[in-house]
Design a protein around this ligand. Structure first.
Ligand code: G
Ligand code: MN
Length: 263
Protein backbone atom coordinates (compact mmCIF):
# COMPACT_ATOMS: atom_id res chain seq x y z
CA UNK A 1 0.00 0.00 0.00
CA UNK A 2 1.24 3.48 -0.81
CA UNK A 3 2.52 5.78 1.95
CA UNK A 4 -0.67 7.55 3.07
CA UNK A 5 1.01 10.96 3.26
CA UNK A 6 2.34 10.69 -0.25
CA UNK A 7 -1.06 9.52 -1.44
CA UNK A 8 -2.77 12.38 0.37
CA UNK A 9 -0.49 14.97 -1.23
CA UNK A 10 -1.12 13.40 -4.60
CA UNK A 11 -4.84 13.49 -4.00
CA UNK A 12 -4.74 17.18 -3.18
CA UNK A 13 -2.73 17.97 -6.29
CA UNK A 14 -5.03 15.92 -8.46
CA UNK A 15 -8.30 17.23 -7.10
CA UNK A 16 -7.53 20.85 -6.29
CA UNK A 17 -5.35 21.89 -9.18
CA UNK A 18 -6.83 19.77 -11.88
CA UNK A 19 -10.52 20.35 -11.38
CA UNK A 20 -11.69 16.79 -11.42
CA UNK A 21 -15.28 15.69 -11.53
CA UNK A 22 -17.25 12.52 -12.10
CA UNK A 23 -19.85 12.24 -14.80
CA UNK A 24 -22.39 9.44 -14.85
CA UNK A 25 -23.49 7.39 -17.83
CA UNK A 26 -26.79 5.65 -17.16
CA UNK A 27 -27.08 1.90 -17.72
CA UNK A 28 -30.65 1.03 -18.67
CA UNK A 29 -32.67 -2.14 -18.39
CA UNK A 30 -32.78 -3.20 -22.03
CA UNK A 31 -36.48 -4.00 -22.15
CA UNK A 32 -38.02 -1.27 -20.05
CA UNK A 33 -35.41 1.46 -20.56
CA UNK A 34 -35.59 2.06 -16.78
CA UNK A 35 -32.32 3.29 -15.25
CA UNK A 36 -30.64 0.37 -13.48
CA UNK A 37 -27.31 1.93 -12.54
CA UNK A 38 -24.77 4.50 -13.62
CA UNK A 39 -21.11 4.19 -14.54
CA UNK A 40 -18.95 6.84 -12.90
CA UNK A 41 -16.41 8.28 -15.35
CA UNK A 42 -13.58 10.64 -14.40
CA UNK A 43 -13.47 13.97 -16.22
CA UNK A 44 -11.77 17.34 -15.86
CA UNK A 45 -13.13 20.88 -16.05
CA UNK A 46 -11.33 23.10 -18.57
CA UNK A 47 -10.80 26.77 -17.84
CA UNK A 48 -13.27 27.49 -20.63
CA UNK A 49 -15.93 25.67 -18.59
CA UNK A 50 -15.97 22.64 -20.89
CA UNK A 51 -15.67 19.11 -19.53
CA UNK A 52 -13.00 16.88 -21.06
CA UNK A 53 -11.61 13.36 -20.66
CA UNK A 54 -9.10 12.95 -17.82
CA UNK A 55 -6.93 10.32 -19.51
CA UNK A 56 -3.75 12.39 -19.02
CA UNK A 57 -4.32 12.24 -15.28
CA UNK A 58 -5.24 8.57 -15.14
CA UNK A 59 -2.27 7.60 -17.30
CA UNK A 60 0.10 9.62 -15.11
CA UNK A 61 -1.32 8.02 -11.98
CA UNK A 62 -1.18 4.47 -13.29
CA UNK A 63 2.25 3.52 -12.03
CA UNK A 64 2.61 5.47 -8.80
CA UNK A 65 0.91 6.09 -5.45
CA UNK A 66 -1.34 8.73 -7.04
CA UNK A 67 -3.47 5.89 -8.33
CA UNK A 68 -4.77 4.98 -4.87
CA UNK A 69 -5.46 8.61 -4.07
CA UNK A 70 -7.31 9.04 -7.32
CA UNK A 71 -9.32 5.84 -6.90
CA UNK A 72 -10.23 6.81 -3.34
CA UNK A 73 -11.35 10.22 -4.55
CA UNK A 74 -13.50 8.58 -7.26
CA UNK A 75 -14.99 6.10 -4.81
CA UNK A 76 -15.73 8.73 -2.17
CA UNK A 77 -17.28 11.10 -4.71
CA UNK A 78 -19.33 8.34 -6.34
CA UNK A 79 -20.57 7.07 -2.98
CA UNK A 80 -21.61 10.46 -1.73
CA UNK A 81 -23.43 11.17 -5.02
CA UNK A 82 -25.15 7.77 -4.81
CA UNK A 83 -26.09 8.43 -1.18
CA UNK A 84 -27.72 11.67 -2.37
CA UNK A 85 -29.86 10.13 -5.10
CA UNK A 86 -30.72 7.14 -2.90
CA UNK A 87 -32.07 9.42 -0.21
CA UNK A 88 -34.05 11.33 -2.85
CA UNK A 89 -36.25 8.51 -4.05
CA UNK A 90 -33.95 6.26 -6.09
CA UNK A 91 -32.92 3.66 -3.48
CA UNK A 92 -32.16 0.89 -5.97
CA UNK A 93 -29.97 2.69 -8.48
CA UNK A 94 -26.53 1.16 -8.24
CA UNK A 95 -23.24 2.72 -9.13
CA UNK A 96 -20.44 1.23 -11.23
CA UNK A 97 -16.93 2.33 -10.35
CA UNK A 98 -13.90 1.49 -12.51
CA UNK A 99 -10.96 0.15 -10.55
CA UNK A 100 -7.42 -0.62 -11.58
CA UNK A 101 -6.24 -4.22 -11.12
CA UNK A 102 -3.46 -2.81 -8.92
CA UNK A 103 -6.08 -2.12 -6.28
CA UNK A 104 -6.66 -5.83 -5.76
CA UNK A 105 -2.98 -6.57 -5.37
CA UNK A 106 -1.50 -3.65 -3.45
CA UNK A 107 -4.34 -1.34 -2.59
CA UNK A 108 -5.94 -2.94 0.47
CA UNK A 109 -9.19 -2.31 -1.33
CA UNK A 110 -11.45 -4.30 0.99
CA UNK A 111 -10.82 -2.25 4.12
CA UNK A 112 -10.72 1.04 2.21
CA UNK A 113 -14.08 0.30 0.61
CA UNK A 114 -15.61 -0.63 3.95
CA UNK A 115 -14.39 2.61 5.53
CA UNK A 116 -15.50 4.75 2.61
CA UNK A 117 -18.93 3.17 2.52
CA UNK A 118 -19.40 3.58 6.26
CA UNK A 119 -18.48 7.27 5.92
CA UNK A 120 -21.18 7.87 3.28
CA UNK A 121 -23.98 5.89 4.86
CA UNK A 122 -24.79 3.78 1.80
CA UNK A 123 -25.14 0.01 1.56
CA UNK A 124 -22.15 -1.81 0.16
CA UNK A 125 -24.44 -3.68 -2.21
CA UNK A 126 -24.97 -0.41 -4.06
CA UNK A 127 -21.64 -0.88 -5.76
CA UNK A 128 -20.51 -2.70 -8.85
CA UNK A 129 -16.79 -2.70 -9.50
CA UNK A 130 -15.71 -2.67 -13.14
CA UNK A 131 -12.30 -4.06 -13.98
CA UNK A 132 -10.91 -3.51 -17.45
CA UNK A 133 -7.31 -4.55 -17.41
CA UNK A 134 -7.95 -7.84 -15.72
CA UNK A 135 -5.14 -9.47 -17.71
CA UNK A 136 -2.69 -7.36 -15.67
CA UNK A 137 -3.59 -9.11 -12.45
CA UNK A 138 -0.36 -10.78 -11.43
CA UNK A 139 -1.50 -12.75 -8.39
CA UNK A 140 -4.79 -14.32 -9.44
CA UNK A 141 -5.25 -16.59 -6.40
CA UNK A 142 -4.88 -13.69 -3.95
CA UNK A 143 -7.10 -11.52 -6.09
CA UNK A 144 -9.83 -14.17 -6.10
CA UNK A 145 -9.72 -14.16 -2.29
CA UNK A 146 -10.07 -10.37 -2.20
CA UNK A 147 -12.92 -10.50 -4.70
CA UNK A 148 -14.74 -13.16 -2.67
CA UNK A 149 -14.44 -10.96 0.43
CA UNK A 150 -15.88 -8.04 -1.53
CA UNK A 151 -18.74 -10.21 -2.74
CA UNK A 152 -19.61 -11.00 0.87
CA UNK A 153 -20.28 -7.27 1.23
CA UNK A 154 -22.73 -7.51 -1.69
CA UNK A 155 -20.39 -5.83 -4.15
CA UNK A 156 -20.67 -7.13 -7.71
CA UNK A 157 -17.78 -7.65 -10.07
CA UNK A 158 -18.20 -6.68 -13.72
CA UNK A 159 -15.66 -7.34 -16.44
CA UNK A 160 -15.34 -4.25 -18.60
CA UNK A 161 -14.60 -4.21 -22.34
CA UNK A 162 -15.20 -7.94 -22.40
CA UNK A 163 -13.83 -9.66 -25.48
CA UNK A 164 -10.98 -7.22 -26.07
CA UNK A 165 -7.29 -7.79 -25.30
CA UNK A 166 -7.38 -7.14 -21.59
CA UNK A 167 -10.51 -9.03 -20.65
CA UNK A 168 -11.06 -12.50 -22.04
CA UNK A 169 -12.62 -15.90 -21.52
CA UNK A 170 -9.70 -17.05 -19.33
CA UNK A 171 -10.79 -14.50 -16.75
CA UNK A 172 -14.31 -15.88 -16.67
CA UNK A 173 -12.92 -19.23 -15.69
CA UNK A 174 -10.92 -17.80 -12.85
CA UNK A 175 -12.78 -14.85 -11.32
CA UNK A 176 -16.18 -14.73 -9.59
CA UNK A 177 -17.83 -12.58 -12.24
CA UNK A 178 -21.37 -11.19 -11.82
CA UNK A 179 -21.53 -9.28 -15.05
CA UNK A 180 -20.00 -8.88 -18.49
CA UNK A 181 -19.82 -5.62 -20.34
CA UNK A 182 -19.53 -6.37 -24.03
CA UNK A 183 -17.25 -3.86 -25.70
CA UNK A 184 -18.79 -1.36 -28.10
CA UNK A 185 -16.17 -2.56 -30.59
CA UNK A 186 -18.33 -5.65 -31.20
CA UNK A 187 -21.66 -3.91 -30.94
CA UNK A 188 -20.93 -1.30 -33.60
CA UNK A 189 -20.87 -3.91 -36.36
CA UNK A 190 -23.78 -6.14 -35.37
CA UNK A 191 -26.30 -4.86 -37.89
CA UNK A 192 -24.18 -4.96 -41.04
CA UNK A 193 -21.44 -7.45 -40.27
CA UNK A 194 -22.37 -11.10 -39.84
CA UNK A 195 -19.21 -11.91 -37.87
CA UNK A 196 -19.71 -9.12 -35.35
CA UNK A 197 -23.33 -10.21 -35.05
CA UNK A 198 -22.51 -13.86 -34.36
CA UNK A 199 -19.68 -13.01 -31.94
CA UNK A 200 -21.88 -10.65 -29.95
CA UNK A 201 -24.78 -13.08 -29.89
CA UNK A 202 -22.41 -15.78 -28.59
CA UNK A 203 -21.00 -13.44 -25.92
CA UNK A 204 -24.50 -12.67 -24.61
CA UNK A 205 -25.22 -16.41 -24.42
CA UNK A 206 -21.85 -17.10 -22.80
CA UNK A 207 -22.52 -14.55 -20.07
CA UNK A 208 -25.95 -16.01 -19.36
CA UNK A 209 -24.68 -19.59 -19.38
CA UNK A 210 -22.27 -18.83 -16.56
CA UNK A 211 -24.96 -17.02 -14.58
CA UNK A 212 -23.73 -13.48 -15.30
CA UNK A 213 -25.75 -10.45 -16.38
CA UNK A 214 -24.83 -8.86 -19.68
CA UNK A 215 -24.46 -5.17 -20.52
CA UNK A 216 -23.85 -4.14 -24.10
CA UNK A 217 -21.88 -0.91 -24.43
CA UNK A 218 -21.77 1.68 -27.15
CA UNK A 219 -25.37 1.26 -28.42
CA UNK A 220 -26.05 4.13 -30.78
CA UNK A 221 -28.84 2.85 -33.00
CA UNK A 222 -32.29 1.36 -32.61
CA UNK A 223 -31.56 -1.59 -34.91
CA UNK A 224 -28.59 -2.54 -32.68
CA UNK A 225 -30.90 -2.46 -29.67
CA UNK A 226 -33.48 -4.63 -31.46
CA UNK A 227 -30.93 -7.39 -32.03
CA UNK A 228 -29.66 -7.22 -28.44
CA UNK A 229 -33.23 -7.47 -27.16
CA UNK A 230 -33.83 -10.49 -29.38
CA UNK A 231 -30.80 -12.17 -27.77
CA UNK A 232 -31.96 -11.34 -24.25
CA UNK A 233 -29.24 -8.85 -23.33
CA UNK A 234 -30.04 -7.52 -19.84
CA UNK A 235 -28.78 -3.95 -19.86
CA UNK A 236 -27.63 -1.38 -22.35
CA UNK A 237 -25.32 1.59 -22.15
CA UNK A 238 -24.78 3.97 -25.02
CA UNK A 239 -25.65 7.20 -26.76
CA UNK A 240 -28.99 5.80 -28.03
CA UNK A 241 -30.42 6.20 -24.54
CA UNK A 242 -27.96 8.36 -22.59
CA UNK A 243 -24.61 10.10 -22.82
CA UNK A 244 -22.44 10.62 -19.74
CA UNK A 245 -23.95 13.49 -17.72
CA UNK A 246 -23.26 15.55 -14.62
CA UNK A 247 -24.67 14.34 -11.33
CA UNK A 248 -27.33 17.06 -11.43
CA UNK A 249 -28.45 15.96 -14.88
CA UNK A 250 -28.49 12.35 -13.75
CA UNK A 251 -30.62 13.14 -10.73
CA UNK A 252 -33.02 15.08 -12.98
CA UNK A 253 -33.29 12.02 -15.21
CA UNK A 254 -34.14 9.89 -12.17
CA UNK A 255 -36.79 12.33 -10.94
CA UNK A 256 -38.31 12.54 -14.44
CA UNK A 257 -38.50 8.75 -14.49
CA UNK A 258 -40.23 8.69 -11.11
CA UNK A 259 -42.67 11.40 -12.16
CA UNK A 260 -43.71 9.45 -15.27
CA UNK A 261 -44.20 6.17 -13.41
CA UNK A 262 -47.85 5.21 -12.76
CA UNK A 263 -48.75 5.71 -9.06
O1 G B 1 -14.02 1.70 -21.48
P1 G B 1 -15.33 2.19 -20.98
O2 G B 1 -16.47 1.32 -21.40
O3 G B 1 -15.37 2.44 -19.50
O4 G B 1 -15.55 3.59 -21.74
C1 G B 1 -16.67 4.35 -21.62
C2 G B 1 -16.48 5.52 -22.60
O5 G B 1 -17.20 5.27 -23.80
C3 G B 1 -16.99 6.82 -22.04
O6 G B 1 -15.96 7.76 -22.05
C4 G B 1 -18.12 7.25 -22.93
O7 G B 1 -18.10 8.63 -23.21
C5 G B 1 -17.93 6.44 -24.20
N1 G B 1 -19.21 5.99 -24.74
C6 G B 1 -20.28 5.65 -24.02
N2 G B 1 -21.34 5.32 -24.81
C7 G B 1 -20.91 5.45 -26.08
C8 G B 1 -21.55 5.25 -27.35
O8 G B 1 -22.72 4.88 -27.49
N3 G B 1 -20.78 5.48 -28.46
C9 G B 1 -19.47 5.89 -28.35
N4 G B 1 -18.80 6.08 -29.49
N5 G B 1 -18.84 6.08 -27.17
C10 G B 1 -19.54 5.88 -26.04
MN1 MN C 1 -16.09 0.97 -17.52
Amino acid sequence: MADPEVAQAALERATEQRNLLLVYQPIHEARTRKVHSAEALLRQWRESGEIREASVITEAAEEGPELFALDSWCLRTAYSDAAHWQSHGAPDVRINVNLSPREFQEGNVHSRLQKLVAGCGIDTHTINLEITEVSQIEKPEETVEVLNELKKLGIELWLDDFGTGHSSITHLQRFPVDGLKISGEFVKGIVKDKRSREITRALVALGHNIGAKVVAEGIEKKDQLDLLLEWGCDYIQGFLYSKPMTVDEFEKLLSGERASRPQ
